[in-house]
Design a protein around this ligand. Structure first.
Ligand code: ADP
Ligand code: MG
Ligand code: MG
Length: 209
C-alpha cells in the first residue's frame, strides 16, 4: 500500500508516547550526565499530555493528528525542548495537508521540515551535540529513500538516527547547559539525540511489525 492509514498513524503516535514515557529514567540519567537532568521528566510530561489528546480522538486527517500531537508537547513541555520536540510533530501538521496515507514522502517531508524548523529556531547545527545529530542523518536517509516503500525508508531513517546518536558521543557540546562542561561531554550521548533515536526506532518497529 501507499503507507499507513490515519488510524494506523494514530496508533503509531501512541506507541511513540508509550516508549518515551517508559524511557524516562534513561533520558533523565543522560541529561543528568550532561545537562540539568530534567529531559526525562519533561518528555514524560509532554508525551503523557500528547497521549491524552490523541487517545480516543477521531481525527479529520493526518495533518489534524500531527498538529494536535505537536501542540500538546509545545504547551506542556515548555522551554527549548518543548519547541524542539513539538516541532517534530508540528512539522507533520505543516507538511501533510491532503495526504491520505503516511508514506515515504510524508516521512521525508516531516523529518526535513522539522530539521529546518529546529535549526532556524534554536541556532544549533549538526555537530553541536544536540538532537539535531540524530535528526539530521535520519532526515537525509528518509530523503534518499523517498521513492522506496515506507518499510525501507523508516528502517533506513531509524538506523541513521541510532548511528547519529552514537556519533554524538564523540562531539563536544557547544549549546545549552552542556556547553560549560566542554571536553567532559566526550564519551556520552546527547539526551535529545537518544529521544529522537527512540522515536524513530518505535516507528520502525510499528511499520515493520
Ligand atoms: P533543557 O535543556 O531546557 O533542560 P531538556 O533537558 O528537555 O531541556 O532537553 C535538552 C535537549 O534538548 C538536549 O539534549 C538537546 O538535544 C536539545 N536541545 C537543546 N537546545 C537545542 C537547540 N538549540 N537545538 C536543538 N536541540 C536542542
Ligand atoms: Mg535538561
Ligand atoms: Mg531544563
Amino acid at each position: 500500500s501507499e503507507g499507513l492509514t490515519l488510524e494506523e498513524a494514530q496508533e503509531m503516535v501512541l506507541e511513540i508516547a508509550d516508549t518515551i514515557i517508559k524511557a524516562e529514567p534513561i533520558l533523565s540519567q543522560a541529561d543528568r550526565d550532561l545537562g540539568d537532568g530534567d529531559h526525562g521528566l519533561g518528555m514524560a510530561r509532554g508525551f503523557t499530555a500528547l497521549k491524552n489528546e490523541v487517545e480516543e480522538h477521531t481525527f479529520a486527517n493526518l495533518r489534524d493528528l500531527y498538529q494536535t500531537a505537536g501542540s500538546a508537547l509545545l504547551s506542556t513541555m515548555g522551554g527549548a525542548s518543548g519547541v524542539v520536540f513539538g516541532s517534530l510533530f508540528l512539522a507533520g501538521g505543516k507538511t501533510m495537508a491532503g495526504a491520505e496515507y503516511f508514506g515515504s514522502h510524508e516521512l521525508s517531508h516531516l523529518l526535513n521540515r522539522s530539521l529546518k524548523d529546529v535549526m532556524n529556531r534554536g541556532g544549533a547545527k549538526p555537530g553541536d551535540k544536540t538532537m539535531i545529530d540524530a535528526l539530521h542523518p535520519a532526515a537525509e536517509a528518509a530523503k534518499e529513500n523517498i521513492d522506496k516503500p515506507l518499510s525501507e525508508a523508516i528502517h533506513a531513517a531509524a538506523l541513521a538516527a541510532e548511528a547519529g546518536k552514537e556519533a554524538s558521543k564523540d562531539m563536544i557540546a557547544t549549546m545549552g547547559r552542556a556547553k560549560t562542561l566542554g571536553e567532559k561531554t566526550l564519551g556520552l550521548p546527547d539526551a535529545g539525540a537518544i529521544s529522537v533515536s527512540l522515536i524513530l526506532k518505535t516507528m520502525d518497529l510499528y511499520i515493520n511489525k
